[in-house]
Design a protein. Structure first.
Length: 336
């Protein structure tokens, strides 16, 4: 997935409880003037339900991560004009009919937003919402995990598959920061040093050099939770063997998700182990406020693979689809 350093809006209407924001330009400078309203035939009036309801055919605007400066909000909004915020919208869904974030302005319910972290560039904050909320919400579904500082937290161990990727690199940091867990992460050979030196994992596993059988023999019954953003038969088949009694396998829904395999793994988990039905991220401003506090505390940092303008989106998408992008790519709509 791509992180977007921009905002939407050109063709959106206003609804109570929503904010309108401009493109991010590295977090500096005054916000541009509010754009003129679109023609009546192109306005949206259903923002409270987050659907673009234009009666005319329109091109789909993609992407769901956003960060920038508020230019318009309700009088009683917690995010008055001039507030730097970040959010995730429904624009990330592949079947969405909601205006996405690769455009100059975006309007969305204020409940989806939080004040952006103050300690990193505003454009970099756009790399966080989708991946951070995915990891945060998925780990929160593990009933056996306890928060850092609580009894037993120091003994917890979490396995994160694809630990150098978008969701993975944030999941590694959240498992340590929120749950005080020791973290084992898998990645390819080129990312082993990155996992250890940049992300600070306790143990890095080279999946290219380690078969599923070898993984089970080395780590059987070791983990309290597994965060798996890859899925598929191999990950789900080994999960039960890798978990402690009472442990939880947390699978993030993706294109590799096979409902039949997932159901089989759920039935066979046994031994008091938990199987979390594949999760799909949802907008959550309150959770993003927690994410922002972790960033400002220095315990969470987005890794930016590269930054591109709108003209670079196609090439960036091809790079992501090819796999092995370390962290996130930020699209800065305001970049020239």
């Amino acid at each position: 997935m791509l992180g977007e350093g921009g905002w939407v809006g050109g063709w959106v209407g206003r609804a109570r409880g929503s904010c309108i924001l401009p493109s991010a330009r590295g977090g500096g400078g005054a916000p541009p003037p509010t754009p003129p309203p679109p023609p009546p035939s192109q306005q949206t009036h259903d923002l409270s339900q987050s659907h673009l309801s234009s009666p005319l055919p329109h091109l789909q605007v993609l992407a769901g991560d956003v960060a920038g400066i508020v230019v318009e909000a309700d009088l009683d909004s917690p995010f008055p004009p001039g507030t730097p915020v970040f959010a995730m919208t429904d624009g990330f869904k592949w079947d969405n009919d909601t205006a996405g974030c690769w455009a100059e302005y975006v309007s969305f319910p204020q409940a989806w937003a939080a004040r952006a972290p103050a300690s990193i560039p505003l454009a970099d904050a756009a790399a966080l919402p989708l991946v951070a909320l995915t990891a945060y919400q998925t780990l929160a579904l593990a009933p056996n995990l306890v928060r850092a500082g609580e009894e037993g937290a120091a003994a917890q161990r979490v396995l994160v598959h694809a630990g150098a990727g978008g969701v993975g690199h944030v999941g590694v940091q959240l498992a340590a920061a929120l749950y005080g867990a020791a973290v084992t992460a898998t990645a390819g050979p080129a990312n082993q040093a990155f996992l250890k030196e940049t992300l600070g994992v306790d143990e890095a596993v080279d999946y290219a050099a380690t078969s599923p059988g070898e993984m089970v023999r080395a780590h059987a019954g070791r983990f309290d939770a597994i965060l798996d953003v890859i899925g598929g038969p191999a990950g789900e088949a080994t999960a039960a063997a890798l978990l402690k009694p009472g442990g939880t396998y947390c699978h993030v829904f993706n294109t590799a998700t096979d409902p039949a395999t997932s159901k089989k793994a759920e039935v066979e988990a046994g031994g008091g182990k938990h199987y979390v039905v594949p999760t799909l991220v949802r907008p959550d401003g309150a959770a993003l406020a927690v994410i922002a506090s972790l960033v400002d505390a220095g315990t969470l940092k987005p890794v930016i693979a590269s930054r591109v303008g709108l003209e670079g989106v196609a090439a960036a998408m091809e790079e992501v689809e090819a796999g092995h992008v370390r962290g996130k790519i930020v699209v800065d709509v305001g970049a020239e």
